[in-house]
Design a protein around this ligand. Sequence first.
Ligand SMILES: [Zn+2]
Length: 155
Amino acid sequence: MAENRKKFLLDENLAKLAKWLRMLGYDVAIYRSINNEKKISLCNKERRVYLTRSNKIAKRKEIFSRMLIRTEKYDEQLLEMSHLLEFNNKMLSSRCLVCNDKLQKIQVEKIKDLIPKYVTDNFSDFKICRKCGKIFWNGSHYAAMKSKLKNLLTT
Ligand SMILES: [Zn+2]
């Protein structure tokens, strides 16, 4: 099922939305400094839906999946595209919010020198991004994001 999930490509001005989509576990690409033609061809090649705030891009004649995002705040944007999304507990926090790579579980012993002691004392479920080295855990920030998404998408 997870393999059939939508994948997205976003314009740079949707970076905040990208972070929230990755939190939901979606594969979200944002490329800096590549032109629109290249983005469109990547959408087709990688089967991504192009999310854009640009009317001009949304109306282009080429064939590609796209959605025009009309609102400005990320929570409204999530609602706007909620028909494309599913809230799946198992997928939450499976991707790096920064670079989109899949996160891998890591034992606390291996990272305990890299993060504050109160974190290792209070949390257990650690994941690491092999690309950027960022470590994630189910802390209060995570919990807040999760409940926000749940409220937005499941009510
Ligand atoms: Zn990363």
